[in-house]
Design a protein around this ligand. Structure first.
Ligand SMILES: [Zn+2]
Length: 295
């Protein structure tokens, strides 16, 4: 059996939220762009999610699905059998309506009670749809504060995955507790690192879909992380809608759509072929890590 310390773990995570969503001044929830329409669309999310889950099946990859509860409910109402489609994957929470908890764009930081209400309701909705325990949380815009962290801890989540850490010489890729928020909740942070030309990149794949990066940038990032810290977890993230529409909500050309799918497939296929790499769900990684701490 492979020991967790001998290999780099890689997780594929999806933030499943409305198409080209954006925070809006004067309201807590997010709308699809252009926000002037006052609407939420999930058409691109629906197509992207089905395509990505089909690709993950082909490459036999288990992923972590951070569902915004409102989007999950809309997809179910649209006739999508989400529990069946998501069966092999971890179900995690990405808020109720993509709230701007800290009020950075809305201009209205949310009070503790409102944060509690939104997160508890989101967890209930997801547990009802999927009939499973929800352990992971990722905040909209990956922005958390003490009230958010305390709420998810009290609501019974096992971990948060909203923070970002630099992949430098000290990077371990291990979970850490959110002491800066006065909490013992574990964090599975997203990696950020310079690319081969020294430009900082995140592990969100949006730059590929906008034609700004190629799959090789991401594969190279994993190889560098592997050289720094075996035993750690490198988390990829993507938004299903972004395969089909850009961040302003404009549909991609057929050519760009094809490129997006090919890039995604290249990443999945190359990760599967890499030596000393295991691809697993974030909840599985954290369980393995907790066991390794006891021994
Ligand atoms: Zn989101």
């Amino acid at each position: 059996m492979t020991k967790i310390d001998d290999i780099l773990s890689v997780a594929i995570s999806l933030d499943i939220d409305p198409d080209a969503n954006s925070a809006v001044r004067g309201r807590h929830d997010a709308l699809s762009s252009p926000v002037e329409s006052g609407k939420i669309n999930v058409d691109a999310c629906k197509m992207g999610l089905q395509k990505i889950l089909a690709l993950l099946n082909i490459y036999d990859i288990d992923a972590t699905l951070f569902y915004e509860a409102r989007t999950a409910r809309m997809l179910v109402e649209d006739g999508i059998d989400l529990p069946r489609l998501s069966e092999r994957h971890e179900i995690a929470c990405h808020s109720l309506k993509h709230e701007d908890f800290l009020g950075k764009v809305s201009g209205m930081p949310m009070k503790k009670e409102a944060i509690e209400e939104a997160i508890t309701k989101a967890k209930d909705i997801l547990e009802n749809i999927f009939e499973r325990d929800i352990k992971g949380f990722r905040a909209p815009y990956t922005r958390i504060n003490q009230a958010v962290v305390k709420t998810i801890e009290q609501a019974g989540f096992h971990y948060d995955s909203s923070e970002t850490v630099a992949v430098d010489a000290e990077w371990t890729g291990n979970p850490f507790s959110l002491e800066m928020f006065n909490s013992r909740l574990l964090e599975l942070a997203l990696p950020s690192l310079p690319d081969t030309r020294g430009r900082r990149m995140s592990s969100y794949l949006w730059a590929i879909f906008e034609g700004r990066r190629v799959s090789g940038d991401y594969i190279d990032a994993v190889l560098r992380a592997k050289n720094i810290a075996k035993g750690g977890l490198f988390i990829f993230s993507l938004h299903p809608w972004h395969v089909y529409v850009d961040c302003r909500g404009n549909p991609f050309t057929a050519e760009q759509l094809q490129k997006n799918l090919e890039n995604l497939e290249t990443i999945f296929s190359q990760l599967k072929q890499m030596r000393d790499i295991q691809i697993l769900r974030q909840d599985e990684y954290i369980e393995n890590w907790l066991v390794s701490q006891v021994v």
